[in-house]
Design a binder for this molecule. Structure first.
Ligand SMILES: CC(C)(COP(=O)(O)OP(=O)(O)OC[C@H]1O[C@@H](n2cnc3c(N)ncnc32)[C@H](O)[C@@H]1OP(=O)(O)O)[C@@H](O)C(=O)NCCC(=O)NCCS
Length: 191
């Protein structure tokens, strides 16, 4: 059963829907991104499958339509997520990143994945750095967290590279094949 947590953000307080970051563009997913996102996930399936619970099986267009429906017309989604696509200047989907208001008062969580062809060049590190900065400037927020499995060294390296502090390692459900069942909670504070 999900534990209900109080949101960190008051109604109407949101991060921007579009963030220009040099040669990267982070923007709220649009309905027209359905096929490019589906193709990016499909191309990256083996890599995502190891770590992402939602990639337990090859994804279908129908599931991606459901993701669009769940994001809905609201910003954030009904579940409190601000989901962005990450694009290059040609409009290619490089990955995805989200701010999730689901970890409790004064705290937001950031999650991400990268297209397998675009890893290793800082796309996620740069995007997460900017979203961390933005999140920590939102009224009512003084902590941002990144959660990953302890075996997910690439994800942990992003948090560490950005100056997040490893607050704890503790058991958590193993939801994807490469996970160890030990979770890492990385935290960055406003001061
Ligand atoms: C986790 C994941 C997003 C990390 O991707 P990544 O490619 O390692 O991260 P980045 O895109 O930030 O790339 C970092 C690399 O770019 C380099 N880099 C190059 N230019 C850079 C720049 N301007 N800024 C920062 N890093 C830069 C870094 O030095 C680092 O190099 P390294 O691979 O030699 O250590 C990716 O492995 C992934 O999608 N995994 C599957 C999904 C997943 O696990 N998601 C997280 C769940 S918790």
């Amino acid at each position: 059963m999900d534990i209900e947590v109080s949101p960190a953000l008051s109604p109407g307080i949101t991060p921007p829907q579009r963030i220009e970051l040099g040669d990267l563009l982070l923007r709220r997913w649009a309905p027209a991104d359905l096929i490019p996102r589906f193709e990016a996930i499909t191309a990256s399936f083996d890599h995502l499958h190891q770590w992402m619970d939602w990639a337990a099986h090859p994804i279908t267009l129908e599931q991606q339509r459901e993701f669009d429906a769940a994001m809905g017309a609201s910003w954030p989604s009904a579940s409190g997520s601000f989901n962005y696509g990450i694009f290059d200047t040609a409009g290619t989907v490089l990955g995805a990143i989200g701010i999730h208001d689901r970890v409790g008062p004064r705290m937001l969580e950031i999650g991400y994945w990268c297209h397998v062809d675009h890893t290793g060049r800082g796309v996620i590190t740069r995007s997460a750095a900017e979203l961390t900065r933005i999140a920590l400037h939102l009224p009512g927020v003084d902590h941002v967290e990144i959660h990953c499995d302890a075996a997910n060294t690439r994800s942990a390296a992003v948090a560490e590279r950005l100056g997040y502090r490893l607050e704890r390692i503790a058991p958590r459900p193993k939801l994807a094949p490469a996970e160890s069942g030990q979770g890492m909670w990385w935290v960055k504070t406003a001061r």
